[in-house]
Design a protein around this ligand. Structure first.
Ligand code: COA
Length: 720
């Protein structure tokens, strides 16, 4: 995808030469009145037209009864009239050839069916006219670029100009966000409160900001996804150019629907969001505070090239806290090179600590701090520098220390990030920004600095990884599978489990080895067992039976045809006692060795198919050592999924155990992903367990189930 200079018409909204405020009330404190006064006070550089049918003049400007009465071109109309008047205003804007709309008014899809219908009608009108629209039900848009100085919101907060773009899906929170960035003195390029996202979506803004020369970091506060699959395609392209940091609200409400497979039981909306962000390289922070801590780093400093942190502190405790927080997040504090240590020894007091962190033991001498951090920052073993300062006594002014840190930072190679932890209530972070290197992010506590640095490092690692490749099925393979599926769905009206024989054929066709199995009636088990070969496993097949081993529906280690027959009869009797009628059994060759893993697939109504890989066996839902990804899964994603598992060491050979064929596991993940793409009817799949054999020997699925949803059935809804 070519994202070069793609504005998607968003420039008409963020960079207008003229703005009409429709509903520019004479009441200064009303929403329309505030929008007009913000445009005026914050110095919008273009023309402003107040639209008010009952006023001659508003806030000293000539008012017009409608947009069509202006008689000059209007780029952007900001609409803040009562909901019943909005459609007429939109019609006027279409007639007046307005290029962009921001609809502040509430009362649309978020409030009633009538509102939803009105929103749809308006959307059709603006789409037909080629107009882009932000909202409705939003707080407005803001662009600090001095060419525009556009504050088309009803908040009086005008943040400093800078390189961070912000999308907020919540209007009220958007206000708080702007307030907070101003207090932190973080610079904003543009801010968009997207409201109901009827037209302009997060995806549009990502594309716009990717090529916006004023934006280096993109922040997203999200509450829902409109088209997550489009986001999955766009975001990685954007993230390769600039970091995207997201907070997604609504983690806890997810995942309460009934689940019929292991994979579905472990999935939730939040799992899907996590998978989406991880695959796309979007940095997800737990809190808004973390989001701003990280943004402060990425907006001002380079991404660290490696994980090695050099720390200069004037107090032992915070140094240890920082070291712990770094190590817990995958960063390290290595020993400094001998030359650096010698150079430090030459001027530091004899009692100073020389193991990284360099502990200046209470010193608040700006020259000492400056020299120490310069040496640490130039050490070849160090990728990033953190300077911690606590004023021990008020002998030195914090401003002087901050200036020393600023000078020290300027002497550190520009490709290494520098952070301050300035633990003084007397100082303000901007004191650190007076040096030649410009702004140095400052944190109140060491843990915040470590969190931001670790996230920036991981982002850098993601950006360096080669673009992954998905696997697609051969057309002949697809045709064979489609034949099976088409025959099965022909008369189906609701989701169903595919017969075991079909499952076996499908797996075989996509090249996933499945333990030899035959599905038979009870009186045919002996001959079936001779066909598959001994030892044999017997598995119950009955409608709705999911956890077979919980009810005695799996018998292992059968060595003769007689043992198989006896076991089948016992199984039928045992299941009958609990009301399960054994229809058939699966006679399967037992696979005794191999590491038990699982691969599954479940379908989220909004996110579509989610693939899961993890430690397998009957305890899978208890242990939940699993990783999820959205399909199509790339080879890099598959590798990362496996690396993320706590059980990953098992595949490398744990405590004398044989290693597993990791390559075969990756290939199987990719083939299941390709199967999901070729068979949109595939609703759920469980391969659990798959026995991963030693390297070079592949793997064998010993239990496999596929649930199919006929086209048209409600559950098949997928946003692709
Ligand atoms: N064209 C132009 N101006 C019009 C108009 C039209 N068709 N219809 C009315 N107006 C003018 C009115 O004359 C009035 O000006 P005046 O005060 O000088 O007489 C002004 O628009 C506002 O109209 P009013 O009826 O006072 O509306 P309001 O200010 O009470 O409410 C909204 C308008 C948009 C603020 C309100 O409908 C709303 O949606 N509020 C919620 C907004 C919100 O929360 N959005 C989401 C934020 S996250």
């Amino acid at each position: 995808m070519d994202l070069a200079r793609r504005t998607n018409g968003i420039d008409h909204i963020l960079c207008p030469a003229s703005v009409a405020v429709v509903g520019a009330s004479r009441k200064l404190n009303s929403i329309g009145g505030s929008i007009l006064s913000n445009l005026l006070q914050d110095g919008f550089t273009g023309r402003i037209y107040p639209i008010n049918p009952t006023a001659e003049e508003v806030q000293g400007l000539k008012a017009y009864p409608s947009v069509t009465a202006v008689g000059e071109s209007v780029d952007l109309a900001v609409i803040a009239v009562p909901v019943k008047a909005v459609e007429q205003v939109v019609d006027d804007c279409v007639r007046a050839r307005v290029k962009g709309l921001v609809i502040i008014t509430a009362g649309f899809a978020e409030s009633s069916a009538e509102g939803r219908a009105l929103e749809r009608r308006i959307l059709e009108k603006v789409r037909a006219a080629g107009i882009r629209m932000v909202g409705p039900n939003c707080m407005g848009v803001l662009n600090t670029d001095r060419k525009y100085r556009l504050n088309a919101t009803f908040t009086p907060i005008y943040p400093p100009e800078g390189n961070i773009a912000i999308l907020s899906q919540s209007g009220a929170l958007g206000l708080t966000i702007l307030d907070h960035v101003k207090a932190l003195n973080l610079g904003i390029s543009s801010f968009v409160s997207v409201g109901n996202k009827a037209d302009v979506s997060g995806n549009d803004l990502l594309i716009y900001w990717a090529s916006d020369p004023n934006t280096d970091v993109i922040l997203l506060y999200l509450e829902s996804f409109g088209n997550p699959r489009k986001f999955a395609r766009i975001a990685p392209e954007v993230v390769r150019q600039k970091p995207v940091i997201a907070v997604k609200a609504g983690r806890s409400a997810a995942g309460s629907r009934a689940a019929s497979s292991h994979s579905a039981a472990m999935a939730s909306l939040d799992v899907a969001v996590g998978a989406l962000f991880e695959q796309a390289g979007v940095i997800r922070t737990e809190t808004l505070e973390d989001m701003f801590d990280l943004a402060a780093l990425l907006a001002t400093q380079p991404v660290p090239e490696g994980p090695c942190v050099g720390v200069v502190t004037n107090a032992g405790g915070p140094g240890i806290l920082l070291a712990d927080a770094c190590e817990a997040r995958g960063l390290s504090l290595p020993q400094l090179a001998p030359d650096t240590v010698d150079a430090l020894r030459a001027f530091l007091p004899p009692h100073a600590g020389m193991a990284n962190p360099i502990d200046l033991v209470g010193s608040d001498d700006p020259a000492l701090i400056e020299r120490a951090m310069t040496l640490v920052g130039n050490d070849p073993n160090i990728d990033a520098v953190v300077v911690i300062f606590i004023p021990p006594l008020l002998t030195t002014r914090p401003e002087d220390v901050a200036a020393g840190i600023g000078r020290g930072a300027a002497a550190i190679p520009r490709y290494k990030p520098v952070q301050g932890v300035f633990m003084s209530a007397l100082s303000k972070p901007e004191l650190l920004s007076t040096g030649e290197r410009g702004r140095i992010p400052s944190y109140a506590f060491p843990e915040n600095a470590a969190m931001a640095l670790a996230a920036a490092y991981q982002y850098g690692q993601w950006r360096k990884r080669p673009v992954g490749r998905a696997c697609t099925l051969d057309p002949v393979v697809t045709a064979t599978i489609r034949q099976i599926i088409d025959a099965e769905v022909e008369n189906a009206t609701k989701p169903f489990w595919l017969p075991a024989t079909d499952v076996g054929v499908i797996l075989d066709t996509v090249g996933i080895s499945y333990a030899r199995s035959i599905e038979v009636a009870i009186d045919e088990v002996s001959s079936a067992s001779e066909q598959v070969g001994f030892p044999v496993v017997l598995k119950a097949i009955a409608p709705g039976l999911v956890h077979k081993s919980d009810v005695g529906g799996v018998v292992l280690g059968l060595e003769t045809p007689q043992e198989v027959r006896d076991a089948a009869i016992r199984m039928r009797e045992q299941l009958a006692k609990i009301g399960i009628q054994l229809e058939k059994v699966l006679v399967q060759r037992e696979v005794r060795n191999g590491i038990e893993m699982m691969i599954g697939l479940t379908t989220d109504p909004v996110f579509g198919p989610l693939l899961v890989c993890g430690m397998g066996g009957v305890h899978v839902e208890l242990i939940k050592d699993v990783a999820f990804r959205l399909t199509p899964v790339h080879d890099r994603d598959a590798e990362e999924m496996i690396a993320q598992l706590k059980s990953a060491p098992l595949l490398r050979g744990y405590r004398g155990g044989p290693p597993g064929d990791r390559h075969a596991l990756i290939q199987t993940i990719l083939r299941i992903s390709a199967l999901a793409e070729a068979v949109p009817e595939l609703l759920e799949l469980d391969l659990n367990p798959v026995k991963v054999l030693p390297p070079g020997q592949g793997l064998v699925a010993v239990d496999a189930r596929m649930r199919i949803c006929p086209p048209g059935a409600v559950e098949a809804r997928r946003t692709r």
